[in-house]
Write a protein that binds this ligand. Structure first.
Ligand code: GLN
Length: 315
């Protein structure tokens, strides 16, 4: 008998028979007690935010929302929902990120598909997108390197007019996810129009034609030092794609390559925007200034850490 069934049996035994509710079926799980069970399980596995995750997984399994769960705590759960919840909680106890279990993550107010092939979009990255949006004008052409789920490029295109973009990534699986996200996020264009976003397999700039120029190049490349990866949360180090995180020995491997090559693909006066690590601001500023970028600025995230580097390609 599974642990789940044993627990259920024990609950049945422990439930007083003379509780005065005639005809109440004490064997049934309700939203409320199933949530309680899930929370307890997650707490026992030291999962951070156990209560929130127990609730979000229950909402997902029962295709419901927070208000319904709260208002109808006594609603009974079907056997299928119960099984799904049991499996989802077990995966979360193994520290699989919640977003990979439910298959989605919100970013810039949009819902992106995520899976093990792509980094889960982070709130910090919204700072980067918002910064680009300040300079993104109608009709611009944008390159997003290391596009992953496509969250940066697709948010930019969603919140602008008549812009077009290229999302590049070395991972074919990530590109498939990004293309599905484009289908979700972007308006279907009329037959004769070029697609607003194209996704290309490319190791940084290697697959980008030399004659294609961009108004803006943006990237959230892997920038974590290799020796730091092991210290990250299990959700990150055991489940997110290592190739999306690992910036090699000093964390600057990809940032440095992008800074030194981007100029060839930017129009004069075009802008480069990069997400960087909290301790990489000065190093990236020096790299950009050495490569001849003007107006180099390092901007902070909501936590007050250096997070974005930007600069203008000299004309
Ligand atoms: N561009 C994606 C993001 O910001 C993926 C970044 C990456 O894989 N390093 O979430």
């Amino acid at each position: 008998m599974s642990l789940w069934r044993r627990k259920k049996r024990r609950r049945e035994r422990e439930t007083p028979k003379d509780d005065g509710v005639i005809g109440m079926d004490v064997n049934k799980w309700t939203y409320e007690n199933l949530y309680g069970w899930g929370r307890e399980q997650l707490l026992s596995a030291a999962v951070p935010d156990a209560g929130v995750d127990a609730r979000l997984l229950l909402e997902w399994c029962c295709k419901t929302d927070r208000n319904t769960l709260l208002a109808h705590g006594e609603r009974e759960i079907s056997a299928k929902e119960e099984l799904e919840y049991q499996q989802a909680v077990a995966r979360r106890m193994d520290r699989v990120p919640l977003q990979y279990i439910v298959g989605e993550q919100e970013f810039m107010g949009l819902t992106f598909e995520v899976n093990k092939d792509v980094l889960i979009p982070r709130q910090d990255t919204e700072v980067l997108v918002e910064e680009v949006l300040r300079e993104l004008h109608d009709g611009m052409h944008v390159l997003d390197l290391c596009t992953g789920s496509g969250c940066i490029l697709l948010s930019l295109l969603h919140y602008s007019n008549d812009c077009t973009g290229v999302g590049a990534d070395i991972s074919p699986e990530a590109l498939q996810t990004a293309r599905r996200n484009a289908g979700r996020i972007l308006q279907k264009s009329a037959e004769e129009k070029e697609p607003q976003a194209v996704f290309r397999m490319s190791d940084l700039f290697l697959g980008i034609p030399a004659e294609e120029k961009f108004d803006i190049i943006v990237s959230n490349p892997p920038y974590i030092r290799t020796d730091v990866i092991d210290t990250l949360m299990p959700e990150v180090k055991d489940y997110e794609p290592l190739s999306a995180l690992d910036g090699r020995e000093d964390g600057l491997f990809f940032l440095q390559k992008i800074v030194s090559q981007a100029g060839e693909w930017l129009y004069g006066g075009g802008m480069l925007y990069l997400e960087i690590g909290y301790d990489q601001g000065e190093a990236v500023r020096r790299l950009m200034e050495a490569e001849g970028y003007d107006q180099v600025e390092i901007l902070k995230d909501y936590a007050g850490n250096d997070r974005v580097a930007k600069g203008v390609k000299r004309i």
